[in-house]
Design a protein around this ligand. Structure first.
Ligand code: FES
Length: 161
């Protein structure tokens, strides 16, 4: 192949892209990508970014084998429900100190965080908890009950079974 033949361009050879055209095409591609991602972001906007929290009022079924004075803690709830001769009552298991979940014991409740102790009626027997556990409203009959975590009732309030 001669030098002249090498210098001769074929009509099939691609034209080298001028720098100005290359920069122009790059800008168009960048704008297209920005538009695409902004549209993608807008499509996600209508969706809620948080999960709905479970209702504070919920149904429970008391186990038939629940002994008098024994705590029933519904799964995933911060409530202990009791059934005895006087009726059914619910006590919040949220510690009044800093909000840890207290554990029912044979004598009452114990907080695993800072060691507060509560009697079976929720009253404080050892601090640092500043006040008693809240009693919560329960409604129902038999084994089917509705507990309302947002409605407090005076300590000692029981619903007849
Ligand atoms: S959170 Fe229960 S004692 Fe501190």
């Amino acid at each position: 192949m001669t030098v002249k033949a090498r210098e001769q361009k074929s009509r099939l050879d691609p034209e080298p892209m001028p720098r100005r055209d290359f920069l122009g095409l790059s800008a168009i591609w960048a704008m297209g990508a920005a538009l695409f991602f902004s549209l993608l972001g807008m499509l996600r906007l209508p969706k809620a970014a948080v999960l709905s929290s479970p209702s504070k009022k919920f149904r429970i079924t008391l186990p038939k084998a629940l002994a008098a004075g024994e705590a029933y803690v519904p799964p995933g709830r911060a409530v202990a429900v009791f059934r005895d001769d006087a009726g059914v009552h619910a006590i919040s298991t949220t510690c009044t100190h800093l909000g840890c979940i207290v554990k029912p014991t044979t004598e009452g409740f114990e907080c695993p965080c800072h060691g507060s102790l509560f009697a079976a009626d929720g009253s404080v027997t050892r601090g640092p908890a500043p006040r008693s556990l809240d009693w919560l409203k329960v409604q129902g009959s038999g084994d089917a009950w509705i507990v309302d975590e947002e409605s407090r009732v005076p300590p000692g309030t029981r619903e007849q079974a």
